[in-house]
Ligand binder design. Structure first.
Ligand code: G4P
Length: 549
């Protein structure tokens, strides 16, 4: 039970929860997610200076290079959770990895947010990764805010960009501000809600908050600032929007059916504050979530509940420890509180709780629904686990994905076998890849691994070497499809029950003991499916069994 001495009143709890805003920024790599994150932090006072090229590079070195690989490849592999206060809100910003092979990790992060900001490079429009991430948000009904970035560069016509949102992503778009030109002729944005113009002045790489002056659209100052042609075009576009305009409906935004659109330039810190202010006005606080039984869990309920959405080891090479990130679904977290891991039924004390700002760590004494807390230590926690006061609560928030590439991982040095095995076990727990045990595969001790994308293997190898000193070699396997199997009748865990095998197919057991078919092609899958109509053949991996630890 929680310590009662420092209990907060129900009204304080409700107020604390209602001022939380937890969100992620999603984008195709290079659209400007990192830059926008830095600018948000500037407004939250978490960074004194953001934006100058050198400050940015240094900042980057301290905010997101948990792994050497990030530096070498120039990609963001790990996810950061940043918290700052702005106005009366407590903002939790969850950074998501950008590379496509890390989609699994990104998907998990998106289960922990209540809204998303989608950054689009206005010169390029919707790109592949944006589309995929958008789909995940939409499936979860997460409200999405769109930031059309890089207006200081030549951009696609704003009406085309809106069309693309509607036609390619299939979401209604409502521009809350409108760009005044683009590229060298970019002069600011018109705020349609307040009927104000914010003029853009170029500062040295946006090192300081961009000066903003406000006047009406017909104002001489605006006409003087814009080329005549740009001014006419903007006036016509605005008229068109007003004419076409259905009223802005905040309810549609919350339902994920309408995306408010903002234009600006993150690098120049232009339009960022407008976005942040409107976002905080319109984005939802933590809402009730359903648990596995369908019961709604009120975030302001006094009973604490949370789920693990990410596990990462060795974030700090000096500590070599393991952090499980939990998203609080309801109630208040207090350090040293006792909870139940509702999968294993084990009781645990949440002692070493931390907030992480890249390598900086700070002990968390209390936190509320909507917040993310890092639990440091060697708990037997798995991704997807629920921690709660009541043992009956279990969340099913984490999507599971079938791997699409398979490989054997050879240990290069017998002398370092223990390191190899320990490291691999830890990284598998983090969900970097999955291990499969071939049935009838002889007694080979070489682990067979599966991952959604090949870069996951690269990260695994890199981390095994860097963090555990184990050198490895990958040997690709020919399968590209995995299907989880269960007889439609009878005991699903009967050890001998097997469907009929087709050419090139093998059976394996996953880490939880479920039977899996590994197949080389869509064609093999079709034959296999036709032959085994009395089997449940699932594309989605089955969940861990209650006793797994
Ligand atoms: P990501 O996290 O989405 O991958 O993108 P990131 O913020 O790293 O930005 C990718 C590149 O786009 C960076 O340039 C960044 O400076 C630039 N960028 C971001 N916002 C804007 C903008 O509003 N206008 C312009 N013109 N560029 C922008 P880089 O050359 O890769 O890095 P750097 O040398 O600028 O740090």
């Amino acid at each position: 039970m929680t310590t009662t001495s420092s209990a907060v009143s129900p009204s304080t709890l409700r107020r604390e929860v209602s001022r939380r805003r937890s969100f992620a920024i999603i984008s195709h790599p290079d659209a400007g997610k990192t830059t926008l994150t830095e600018k948000f932090l500037l407004y939250g006072g978490a960074l004194q200076l953001a934006g100058s090229v050198t400050a940015r590079k240094n900042q980057r070195a301290t905010t997101s290079d948990w792994m050497e690989l990030e530096k070498q490849r120039g990609i963001s592999v790990s996810s950061t959770v940043l918290q700052f206060e702005y106005r009366d809100c407590v903002v939790n910003l969850l950074d998501t990895p950008g590379h496509k092979d890390f989609s699994e990790d990104t998907y998990r992060v998106l289960t922990a947010v209540d809204a998303a900001v989608m950054v689009v490079d206005a010169g390029k429009g919707i790109e592949s990764q944006t589309r995929k991430l958008f789909e995940v948000c939409r499936r979860r009904g997460v409200p999405i805010f769109t930031f059309m970035n890089k207006l200081d560069r030549p951009a696609r016509p704003p009406l085309d960009l809106l069309d693309e949102l509607e036609n390619v992503l299939g979401i209604h778009a409502c521009p809350l501000n409108w760009p005044l030109g683009d590229g060298p002729r970019f002069k600011g944005v018109y705020d349609r809600m307040n009927r104000e113009v914010h003029l853009f002045e170029r500062t040295a790489h946006g090192a300081y908050r961009a000066p903003v002056s406000v006047a009406g659209i017909g104002d001489d100052q605006v006409r003087d600032a814009l080329d005549e042609a740009v001014w006419r075009q903007v006036r016509d576009e605005l008229e068109l929007l007003e004419g076409a305009g259905a009223d802005f409906d905040a309810g549609q935004v919350l339902a994920g059916a309408l995306t408010p659109v903002f234009f600006g330039s993150a690098a120049n810190n232009f339009g960022v504050q407008l976005l942040l202010d409107r976002f905080l006005d319109l984005a939802p606080p933590p809402l009730a979530r359903r648990d596995r039984s369908g019961a709604g869990i009120d975030p302001a309920s006094e009973e604490f509940s949370a789920f693990v959405f990410k596990i990462q080891a060795n974030m700090n090479p000096k500590h070599r420890d393991r952090v499980a990130f939990i998203r609080i679904v309801s109630g208040r977290f207090e350090r040293d509180m006792n909870v139940v891991n509702t999968r294993s039924r084990e009781r645990m004390r949440l002692g070493n709780s931390q907030r992480l700002f890249a390598r900086e760590r700070e002990t968390v004494d209390d936190a509320f629904a909507g917040d993310v807390v890092g639990l440091v230590g060697n708990h037997d926690l798995l991704i997807g686990d629920t921690l709660a006061i009541r043992p009956e609560v279990a969340f099913d928030e984490i999507p599971r994905f079938a791997p699409e590439c398979f490989a054997w991982l050879h240990n290069r040095s017998t002398a370092k076998y223990k390191r190899f095995r320990d490291g691999l076990q830890q990284l598998l727990k983090e969900g970097v890849a999955g291990e499969f045990q071939l049935i009838d595969g002889g007694t080979s001790s070489v682990p067979l691994l599966g991952a959604v994308g090949p870069l996951q293997f690269e990260v695994l190898q890199h981390r095994l070497e860097g963090e555990y000193g184990a050198e490895t070699r990958m040997e690709n396997a020919d399968w590209s499809i995995a299907r989880w199997l269960r007889p439609s009748q009878g005991d699903p865990s009967a050890p001998d029950a097997r469907p009929s095998l087709s050419l090139g197919t093998a059976f394996a057991r996953d880490a939880h003991g479920w039977l899996v078919a590994l197949l080389p092609s869509e064609w093999a899958l079709k034959t296999f499916t036709d032959k085994n109509e009395d089997w449940i053949i699932s594309e989605e991996p089955f969940p861990p069994r209650p006793a797994d630890g």
